[in-house]
Design a protein around this ligand. Structure first.
Ligand code: ADP
Ligand code: MG
Length: 152
């Protein structure tokens, strides 16, 4: 059984900085999922991951493309699978999840069968205009250690 970890951020910059710290601890092939309502901060969090991975291009919401690929110290695959809602369509997820890049998945509930078991699930909740509750659910011992280090 793995533990869960919670933080509150008070600005979008704080969320970005936190994600940046997380990115530095990620390893090739890691899969991170981001759950939360529209506007919760999933893409904002991903921008921080990109910054931590040394991505220079601006990261935008990939709603109409499903997967966007960014070059950094590790390749970042930013997926927004909202459009695949309940279609169970496999767009070749294995290539991403078993590759050497970092996969960040917005709306993971829509591709549940394709997700690897070992992953870091993150949920973002709106508390008010600027406040967000961010909960980390590590799904492996490695990710639990990563969370312990991140939140130490
Ligand atoms: P999503 O991808 O979940 O739909 P976005 O990241 O695109 O959400 O949008 C989140 C919005 O909320 C942005 O306009 C961002 O500036 C704002 N925001 C305000 N406070 C926060 C916070 N603490 N963390 C993240 N985003 C925040
Ligand atoms: Mg988004």
């Amino acid at each position: 059984m793995t533990k869960k970890f919670e933080i509150i951020t008070h600005t979008s910059e704080e969320t970005t900085r936190f994600a940046e710290k997380l990115a530095i601890l990620l390893r090739p092939g890691d899969v991170v999922t981001l759950k939360g309502d529209l506007g919760a901060g999933k893409t904002t969090f991903t921008k921080g991951i990109g910054a931590g991975l040394g991505v220079r291009r601006t990261i935008n919401s990939p709603t109409y493309t499903i997967v966007k690929e960014y070059v950094g110290e590790l390749t970042l695959y930013h997926m927004d699978v909202y459009r695949l809602e309940d279609s169970e369509e496999d767009i070749g997820f294995d290539e991403y999840f078993n590759g050497n890049g970092i996969s960040i998945v917005e709306w993971p509930q829509f591709i549940q069968p394709f997700l690897p078991e070992a992953r870091l699930d993150i949920s973002l909740e709106v508390i008010d205009d600027l406040k967000r509750k961010i909960t980390f659910y590590p799904k492996s011992a490695d990710f639990q250690r990563l969370c312990e280090e991140l939140l130490r």
